[in-house]
Ligand binder design. Sequence first.
Ligand code: ADP
Length: 427
Amino acid sequence: MSSVVLDKVTKVYPGGHLAVDRVSLKAENGEFLVLLGPSGCGKSTLLRMIAGLEEITGGDLWLDGKLANQLTPRERDVAMVFQNGALYPHRTVRGNMAFPLEIAKEDPGAVRERVEHLSKALHIEETLERRPHTLSGGQRQRVAMGRAIVRQPKIFLMDEPLSNLDAGMRTELRMEISSLVRSLGVTTIYVTHDQVEALTLADRIAILNRGVLQDVGTPAQIYNDPATAFTAAFLNSQQLNLMAAGVHTPQNAYVLLDFGPHHLILPWSDPRAYATSQHVGHQILVGMRPDGLAPVPESYEGPSIFGRVRALEYHGHEWMAYVECGIPAAPVPEPPDQRVTANGHKRDRAGLRGMVRRLFAQEEELPPQERVGAGGVAGGIHRRSDLIVRLGSRPVWRVGDPAKVAVDLTRVMLFTPDGARIDPPRR
Ligand code: ADP
């Protein structure tokens, strides 16, 4: 077992591409840490730097309290499994799994025992005498995992090990990885772009975007209490409603979130009201998950937004409504393109603020096929002024109906224009 500490670890590829930008992170002894983020965000680069397969441009890597930047992969005592767990084709499953122990000249009896024990844990004991080409994709990945872990490394690194498998096999193997790794107690860092994999496997999730660490926490923390708009949007099976709002404090009576055609009121008793009032006269970003919104009768007097139902979408277990309400959707703030300039790292925060301001002033609707944010919506029916509302199992509205939408203020998320939470979560 071993801990992994990254201290402002940075990777600049030749040509100036900043792939990982000052990431500080710790995986505790025996922890299962998942690195999550969209394709190209720097997850594999980070993993490869931990493994010693990629040079660290800046910052420090500590393995079990020892500075490891200059250590060779072998000295780091890590094992890695890739997307295509390549096996030796002319060796049997047993031969593949035993190989790292044979190289280390371990006692043949102990090798046999260890391989058989691990093959049972991985449910491949029936395949031990077979060659890789006779195995299914799932079985091959199990063998690759067995071979990586057989010599009991201090750290287990996995780079999208399930992404080449079909959905059923992914679910099955996911559960097995989880129980195997936990029973062995090996510190594991697991890379994926799949939010379900991350939520189901991780002790903690670290979420990356464009090389920048967005949030770190338990699955429940980062789902329910995300630190950034990017995290909220990325960890959302339905699309996040994200809108710009002006902040006012009329007669100092309360905090008003002004969406143009609609507004919401935060009373001073709301724990976020004071922090929000610091943005008075400016725009902020307001995030609402579709399940934090609900259809209500016209007589409802609580916090609400009014619109017209433009489309209904059937998801099998639930209906979603697209309510046209005239509030333009804001794009999820992204860190600017990662280029190293002559004077070091450059962040264009003023540019992002300008973008939110322009959006706020935007009257025109984009073409219907235009989509915003992460996740996407099937059918291409989301427009930039639709509020997406979860209806549950009954479609209480019909298309064209006037629609009053109750807003659960406790579930509304408030972000600065560059996407950081106005009321940062405690971790
Ligand atoms: P992820 O694993 O999240 O998909 P990667 O770590 O593979 O992302 O890549 C992060 C960024 O670095 C991408 O923009 C990718 O194109 C770039 N990149 C990866 N490897 C190299 C390389 N060897 N040389 C230059 N750029 C690279």
